[in-house]
Design a protein around this ligand. Structure first.
Ligand SMILES: *Cc1c(COP(=O)(O)O)cnc(C)c1O
Length: 408
């Protein structure tokens, strides 16, 4: 029998049924009128942000990385909780604008920004995190045509990466950002061209659980920002330290010690050089803020036994849960936290695999794990579904279409 990932804190049973926001999920499914359903908890989002604020130095601003979960009601919850939003496409810009989020609090990173995306962002007063010299030149030309002063920061490709991170975004040759040694010259050039200088964006990796590795990377980022600021001979209004704080998905994973990250960052802030004394620092986080606040609910439509193995076949699958199926940047497939939602906490009775309704062997939500007895009509819950579920899965595959989403 294979282990399942750890069920996040904040989930309990009401009358033997998994509850979210105090109500059994069976009721939420009834209200939604369909499965599969992504259910997000506003309370769990608020609790997570409060936990992080309490752990971090007061001076640190918190940004939400929209790509983790761009569901509008979720953005509206974050609007009252975080200091800024990070977007990575013109599509996300449109989403945050429709949600009424103030442009002055938005920054736009990502390689391959098209002219019309640059134009929309500059016109709105959004900060661009420039990914190359060529992009800088296009942005300056577009701003000139619009008669606007562009707000420009430079994304730095640091020479270090985040140790133990699930996704490395810095160190060596990368399509992201400008190699550090070329940054000071571009910074001087865009300031000379009349842009509003917004500083640096350093993003070294994602999905790390080791507090010291995260703190080490932040220290390296501050040291690099200091060096580049001196070389550029410019002030540093803003420094985006990236993110990196992950969540436990797999057996044996443990939560990040946020208090420890915060303590070490506080020590860094206390020892800042004069050049960075007035700099505003921020972290940009996606999954850490919203991942554990979401659960994906799918109904068992068939139960079968093949060569002695039990398969629980659901109406959901990898088209909504690409990462849980093991097909989104994982080398070895391991089980996410998964449970039978209407027998939550019941004793394990058998080994079974939970699969989706797609005709591909890749579509597996839990592999040979222990579950209470489950049959047709029961609900399966996949946890850690608040980030990169609905937004990062191929919902058009096999004509299935997107799942219902609900914030409660
Ligand atoms: C994806 C991304 C994030 C968010 O990553 P998480 O792992 O969800 O915290 C933040 N910043 C940038 C630049 C990204 O590309």
């Amino acid at each position: 029998m294979k282990a399942l990932g750890p069920i996040p804190a904040g989930y309990e049973a009401v009358g033997g049924v998994l509850a979210v926001a105090g109500r059994p999920v069976t009721e939420w499914v009834e209200e939604a009128g369909q499965t599969p359903l992504f259910l997000y908890s506003a309370d769990l989002i608020r609790a997570r942000v409060a936990h992080l604020r309490a752990a971090m130095p007061e001076r640190l601003a918190l940004h939400y990385a929209v790509k983790a979960n761009p569901f509008r009601p979720v953005l509206e919850v974050f609007a009252g909780l975080v200091d800024g939003f990070d977007i990575a496409s013109g599509g996300e810009l449109a989403i945050v604008q429709q949600a009424g989020l103030p442009s002055a609090r938005i920054s736009f990173a990502g390689p391959g920004k098209r002219d019309r995306e640059l134009e929309a962002a500059i016109a709105a007063g959004v900060t661009l995190n420039l990914e190359s010299e060529a992009e800088a030149h296009r942005a300056l030309t577009i701003a000139d045509t619009l008669g606007m002063t562009p707000r420009l920061a430079i994304r730095v490709n640091p020479s270090f990466d985040l140790k133990g991170s699930g996704m490395k975004m810095g160190g060596g040759a990368k399509p992201f950002g400008l190699d550090a040694e070329r940054v000071p010259a571009l910074a001087r050039e865009i300031v000379a061209a009349g842009a509003e200088w917004r500083g640096f964006h350093l993003f070294a990796g994602s999905q790390a659980l080791d507090a010291d590795a995260i703190a080490d990377t932040q220290a390296q980022a501050i040291a690099l920002a200091t060096q580049l600021t001196r070389e550029a001979g410019l002030p540093l209004p803003h420094c985006n330290l990236g993110g990196g704080m992950g969540i436990p998905y797999f057996p044996g994973d443990t939560p990040v010690d946020a208090a420890h990250v915060g303590e070490r960052l506080g020590a860094q802030f206390a020892a800042l050089p004069d050049e960075l004394r007035d700099t505003e620092f921020c972290l940009e986080l996606g999954r850490y803020l919203v991942g554990e606040a979401g659960v994906y609910l799918t109904r068992i439509v068939d139960r079968k036994v093949s060569h002695g193995e039990v398969f629980l076949i659901t109406d959901g699958g990898m088209h909504h849960q690409l990462a849980a199926s093991g097909n989104f940047g994982t080398v070895v497939r391991r089980n996410y936290p998964v449970a039978i939602a209407n027998r939550f906490g019941a004793e394990v009775a058998e080994e079974a695999s939970v699969v989706g309704c797609l005709c591909t062997p890749l579509d597996r939500l839990a592999d040979k794990a222990g579950f209470p007895p489950a049959d047709v009509g029961d609900l399966v819950a996949v946890f850690c579904a608040g980030a990169y579920g609905a937004s990062a899965s191929p919902s058009a595959f096999l004509g299935q279409g997107p799942a219902c989403e609900m914030l409660v």
